[in-house]
Design a protein around this ligand. Structure first.
Ligand code: PEP
Ligand code: MG
Length: 589
C-alpha cells in the first residue's frame, strides 16, 4: 500500500476482471476470522461468554439439522458423515473443553474455540490411523460452523445485500462471487486470489470490475470508505481526492463508451480478412448466463462448468434435477452445440458438504475426474443426466483433468455402466455423443497422440495448463508473475496438443481464459485453432480482433514466435507487429 497524499491511499492487486467502479465499501467477513476479537473476560462475564458459546452451538446444530433434512436419503456415505457431525456438536473434546477454556483462561468464546480446535488438530497430526484422522477433520468442520455463528459471518448472505456497494473481503469463493446481484454490487476487492482463479472467471462473466490478491485491502479499508476500483489495472484507490475522482469518472465514461462500441458489432460473424470463419462460443457456469452468451454473439456453449449447481444446492443433485437444469440450457441454446463438462470439484471449488478430506495440495489432489472415479455413483448420476439430455439437443461430453490414458479408459467403463442402467430403466437417452477431454495437465499434452486415439475432441484448458506447466498456483498472487500465457513452454504445450489433434483428425477447441485475450490471437490462429470458447464478455473484443486478422498470414508468422525464449520477447513482438489492430489495450488490461 502506498500513501500518495494524506487521505488518499492506493492499494495494488491483480486485475480480476476489467472495468472501473466507484462507490462505498462494504466489508464482509469470510474465512479469516477476526482475531482482534480475542479479549480477556472478567470473572463476572464468564457465564455470559459461555452462554454465547452455547447459543452458537445450538444455532450451528439447528442449521446442520436443516441441511440433513434437505438431503436425498439415497446419499449413503455422505449422509452418514453429516449425521455423525450432529453428535460432535456436544462432543466432550470440543464442547466440554471450549467451555472449560473460557472459564479457566478467561478469554472470549471465539478464542477459546480456536485454541481447543487447534489443540485437537495438533494432537492427531502425528497419528497414522485413518479413522482418527477423519474424526479430527469432523471436529474441525463442526468447530468452523460454530465459529461462523460466533463471529456473525453467517448473517451476511451476499445475495441479501440491498445497497449499491463495492464488496471488500479477505477472500471470496467462486460460489460466494456467483451469488452477487448485479443491480446491487458494483464490484469487489479481495486480499487473496489470482488472475485466473474461478472467482475472477465468475467476475468476468458478471461484467463487474474486481481487484484480487491485494494482500490487505480488507484490513485497510473501512465500511463506507469511498473506493475507486480499477479492475483493468488492478488498483484500488481508497478515499480518493477530488481530482483523482474526477479523472476516474472520466475514465469510467470512456470505458462505458468503448464497451458499448465493441458490443454493437457482436452479432457479426468472426470472419478473418481472408474469409476463414472462426467459431466463438461461451464458457458458462449457470443456465441463466445463456442470455449474456447470446447477447454477446456466442455460437454455442463451449464449456458448461457444471460444479456450480452442486455448490449452490449444498447437496448432491439427483439425476432428474440435473436433467431438468441441462434441459433448460439445451432448449435455450438449440440448435447450437452445448459441451457439458462433468463435475470439476475440489481444487479451488471445495464442496463444503462432501467428505472432509484434508489435502496438503488440493490442486494436485482428488479433483475433477479423479474425484468422480473415486465416487462412482455420483459420477454415474451425472453421466446419466447428460446422456438423457442428449436426446433433446446437440450435446458433447467433456471430461476434466485427464492425466493419463488409463483414466479415460476407466471413464469409458463408467460411461458404459451409465448406459446399461439407462437401458435397464427404459429411459430415453442418446449415447451417440462426442466424448472429449480437457487437455490441462502436462502429462496429457505429452500423451496427446495416444489420448487422441481414445476420444472425439480435445478442449485445451489453459487456466490449469499454465498453472501445472509453470507450477504456479492460479489463485496465488505471489506467483502471479510466473503465471504467463505467452511463456514459450506454454505455447509449445499448446502446439503439441494442436499438432496431435490435427494429425489424428480430431477436433480441438480452446476453452481457457487465454482464448479471451486479443493478444493471444496471432498465436492461436497461427496454430490453426478455429474453435474458441471464452467468458461471454470477451467475445465482442475477440471478434473485433479476428475480423482484422489474416488467418493464413498468422499461420506463416507463427514460427517466428517459436524462435523467442522469453515471454517478454513474445509479448513485445506481438504488440509491435499487431499494434494497428490490437484493441485498445489500456481499456482491456
Ligand atoms: C481451464 O482450466 O482452462 C478451464 C477452462 O477450466 P477451469 O477454469 O474450470 O479449471
Ligand atoms: Mg481447468
Amino acid at each position: 500500500m502506498n500513501k500518495i497524499r494524506s487521505g488518499q491511499r492506493i492499494i495494488r492487486g491483480i486485475s480480476g476482471s476489467p472495468g472501473i467502479c466507484i462507490g462505498k465499501a462494504y466489508l464482509i467477513d469470510r474465512e479469516g476470522v477476526n482475531l482482534t476479537k480475542r479479549y480477556p473476560v472478567s470473572e463476572a462475564m464468564v457465564p455470559a461468554e459461555i452462554d454465547r458459546f452455547k447459543n452458537a452451538v445450538t444455532k450451528a446444530k439447528n442449521d446442520h439439522a436443516k441441511v440433513i433434512e434437505s438431503l436425498d436419503p439415497d446419499l449413503g456415505e455422505n449422509l452418514s458423515i453429516l449425521e455423525a457431525h450432529m453428535v460432535l456438536f456436544k462432543d466432550k473434546m470440543l464442547y466440554g473443553k471450549a467451555i472449560e477454556t473460557i472459564s479457566r483462561d478467561r478469554i472470549n468464546a471465539e478464542w477459546a474455540l480456536r485454541k481447543v480446535s487447534r489443540k485437537v488438530k495438533a494432537m492427531f497430526q502425528q497419528i497414522n490411523d485413518q479413522y482418527l484422522k477423519d474424526r479430527v477433520n469432523d471436529i474441525v468442520q463442526v468447530s468452523d460452523k460454530i465459529m461462523s455463528h460466533l463471529v456473525g459471518a453467517q448473517d451476511i448472505q451476499i445475495r441479501d445485500i440491498n445497497k449499491r456497494v463495492i464488496l471488500v473481503a479477505h477472500d471470496l469463493s467462486p460460489a460466494d462471487a456467483s451469488q452477487i446481484q448485479l443491480e446491487r454490487i458494483k464490484g469487489f476487492v479481495t486480499d487473496r486470489g489470482g488472475k485466473n482463479s474461478h472467482t475472477s472467471i465468475v467476475a468476468k462473466s458478471l461484467k463487474i470490475p474486481s481487484v484480487l490478491g491485494s494482500g490487505r485491502a480488507s484490513s485497510v479499508i473501512n465500511n463506507d470508505d469511498i473506493l475507486i476500483v480499477d479492475g483493468s489495472s488492478g488498483i484500488i484507490i481508497v478515499n480518493p481526492e477530488e481530482d483523482t475522482l474526477f479523472k476516474y469518472q472520466e475514465r469510467l465514461e470512456r470505458f462505458q463508451v468503448y464497451r458499448a462500441d465493441i458490443e454493437r458489432d457482436s452479432h457479426l460473424p468472426a470472419l478473418t480478412k481472408d474469409g476463414v470463419a472462426l467459431n466463438l462460443m461461451s464458457n458458462i457456469e449457470r443456465v441463466e448466463e445463456v442470455v449474456s452468451a447470446k447477447d454477446n454473439g456466442a455460437e454455442g456453449v463451449g464449456l458448461f462448468r457444471t460444479e456450480f449447481l452442486y455448490l449452490d444446492l449444498k447437496r448432491f443433485p439427483t439425476e432428474d434435477e440435473l436433467l431438468q437444469k441441462y434441459k433448460e440450457l439445451v432448449e435455450l441454446m438449440n440448435p447450437e452445440p452445448v459441451t457439458i463438462r462433468t463435475l470439476d470439484i475440489n481444487g479451488d471449488k471445495v464442496n463444503p458438504y462432501m467428505d472432509p478430506v484434508e489435502e496438503a495440495n488440493p490442486v494436485l489432489g482428488l479433483r475433477a475426474v479423479r474425484f468422480c472415479l473415486e465416487h462412482e455413483s455420483i459420477f454415474i448420476t451425472q453421466l446419466k443426466a447428460i446422456l438423457r439430455v442428449a436426446a433433446f439437443g446437440n450435446i458433447k461430453l467433456l471430461i476434466p483433468m485427464i492425466s493419463c490414458v488409463e483414466e479415460i479408459i476407466q471413464v469409458k467403463v463408467v460411461l458404459n455402466k451409465a448406459i446399461l442402467e439407462l437401458e435397464h430403466e427404459d429411459k430415453i437417452f442418446n449415447k451417440d455423443i462426442p466424448l472429449g477431454i480437457m487437455i490441462e495437465v502436462p502429462s496429457a499434452v505429452i500423451m496427446a497422440e495416444e489420448l487422441a486415439d481414445q476420444v472425439d475432441f480435445f478442449s485445451i484448458g489453459t487456466n490449469d495448463l499454465i498453472q501445472y506447466s509453470m507450477a504456479a498456483d492460479r489463485s496465488n498472487q505471489r506467483v502471479g508473475h510466473l503465471y504467463q500465457a505467452l511463456n514459450p513452454a506454454v505455447l509449445k504445450m499448446i502446439k503439441m496438443t494442436c499438432d496431435a489433434a490435427h494429425k489424428k483428425g480430431i477436433e480441438v477447441v480452446m476453452c481457457g481464459e487465454m482464448a479471451g485475450d486479443p493478444i493471444n490471437m496471432p498465436i492461436l490462429l497461427g496454430l490453426g485453432l478455429t474453435d474458441l470458447s471464452m467468458s461471454s464478455a470477451s467475445i465482442p473484443v475477440i471478434k473485433k480482433m479476428i475480423r482484422s486478422m489474416d488467418f493464413s498470414l498468422a499461420g506463416k508468422n507463427v514460427n517466428k514466435l517459436f524462435g523467442f525464449q522469453t515471454t517478454e520477447e513474445i509479448s513485445t513482438f506481438i504488440q509491435e507487429e499487431y499494434k494497428d489492430i490490437l484493441p485498445y489495450r489500456e481499456m482491456e488490461e
